[in-house]
Design a protein around this ligand. Sequence first.
Ligand code: ZN
Ligand code: ZN
Length: 192
Amino acid sequence: MMKTINLLKIGDLNHSVLVKLKKKLELGFKRFNLSVNIVQEEIPLEETEYNPRKRQYNAIKILKKIIIYAQNKKDFHVLGVMDKDIFSSGLKFVFGRAIKAEGRAPESPIVALISITRLRESFYGRTENKGLFELRILKEAIHELGHTFNLDHCNKLCIMRFSNSISDTDEKPPKFCEDCVNKLEIFFKNSS
Ligand SMILES: [Zn+2]
Ligand SMILES: [Zn+2]
């Protein structure tokens, strides 16, 4: 059975980000027979998800909202994409968050979230670089989706390496190492 990843816009976001990401994700996950769809609906950001002291949105609250949105749709696999800075318990900021498939009730949706705000060169006071920006978005999307396919962080030269800063993101390749590919193959074989 072909799995579909649904890209969901969270708050204000340039639509072209999703269009480009869809194409690249389809290429990246081709060997696993995944398709990518852009959801027509979008979810607004709410004040209750914003922390004015941190000037950031709470990633976990937003993930919970995506779960509620996706709950009644069977086999719904969602990657939320947003353009506001996010934090997650204990961490000053995160590029994204995901809920692993492991330990999840079989009927609950699979969700992940990325924020593209810190992926722009201009965030660091440098000149914009569109190609780099798009590559970083792809990397963060693949990384968070990797978690939803039950992958943990990986110390190899691998997309599943943990990113603590944008240079960590730039250093890792936009693909899985051999070990992670093997784990993914087992995951997809068992879930099909
Ligand atoms: Zn991670
Ligand atoms: Zn790996």
